[in-house]
Design a protein around this ligand. Sequence first.
Ligand code: KDG
Ligand code: MG
Length: 409
Amino acid sequence: MKITDAQVFVGGPAKNYVTIKIMTDAGVYGLGDATLNNRETLPAAYLTDYLISNLIGMDPRQSEDIWQFLYRGAYFRGGPIAMAAYGAIDTALWDIKAKLAGMPLYQLFGGKSRDGALVYAHAAGADLADLMTSIARYVDQGYKAVRVQCGIPGMPTASYAVPETAGQTGADFITDFSGIRPKTEIWDTDKYMRFMPDALGQIRDKFGPDLKILHDVHHRLLPREAAAFAKAVEPVGLYWLEDPTPAEDQDALKLIRQHSTTPIAIGEVFNTIWDCQKLIEQELIDFIRIAVTYGGGITHVKRIVDLAALHHVRTGFHGAPSHSPISMAAQAHLNAWAPNFGIQEYLVLGTPECDALFPSKHYLKDGLFYVSDDPGLGVDFDEGEAAQYEYKPGSHPVVRLQDGTLWNY
Ligand code: KDG
Ligand code: MG
């Protein structure tokens, strides 16, 4: 059996999804997602300029050897661009394998450990009143877990993932499609540290003990500040505190651990098992956030999940809307199987345009995600629909302190 061709598509209704379709001489094809948010053309070029010509003629069932060929064979290894490209190929090969077996992908991992997998939604508000309204809307829809992000009084601009103006709720992190020159957000750690722990406490008081409350610091604190914040929010009983510091300095996580028992989630910017090996083995984190998309695909991420299971670290895969329904489906199959599953970030793309581009029978009900039993990933890609979309240049904002110093987005 051989790979005969592969094509890459860039574009989508609200995001520039990067989709690979790998064809075989057995009449079965596989789909993968190489969407690297706001740098989409780069993994697409890696696939079309270098990798696809190497794949032609390979046996698609040899997914482990092909993964090693891509990673070890490249000499200059890793990084989000390359790992997104390898991840897309790997996901497509698992899709093919499961379709050949006539089984939903989770069966190839060992079957299901659960039916519905817990997900969390994103609530946000320019102020606390709006945030409360946004949370209440998700609770009413049956969500059991909600990430909460709030505008900070006195901060000159909106902070991470909150709307600019009051009265809007449910804003997500911002991609500005007006070009690749980023907007600027201003950050003030002192104002955040004074406001946010108390705001989280008010959210707990209003919604009671059962709601799982998550909060994303988005890498903005120094290690000592992060330790103080994690300690201050302990009475809130957060489900997790995400990315309290940038993870380049992994010893910072030790400082946080020494001062607090607040559960820590990290890893959405990681690309390999070596980015999180120390954090997992030293049990410095509670949830690993690496995504199938830029974590090298199912083969590599499953290896991380297995390592994490040895150290009581649970999964909490990144699921911002920048991932297409293809990699979200791959994660849904891992979530159905993983004995150490924790939670899945999931934002309903749910637009008719997105559903038409990526038809599937996966569904969300009462805050749980149910995986399709169709063979393979259980998600398709409509090329006719795709033809109407083209790449739109866009960017994340950048963050500066009030004196102009560049900070972590
Ligand atoms: O592209 C960046 C986003 O994926 C990121 O800002 C989202 O932090 C994020 C999250 O937790 O979803
Ligand atoms: Mg995050």
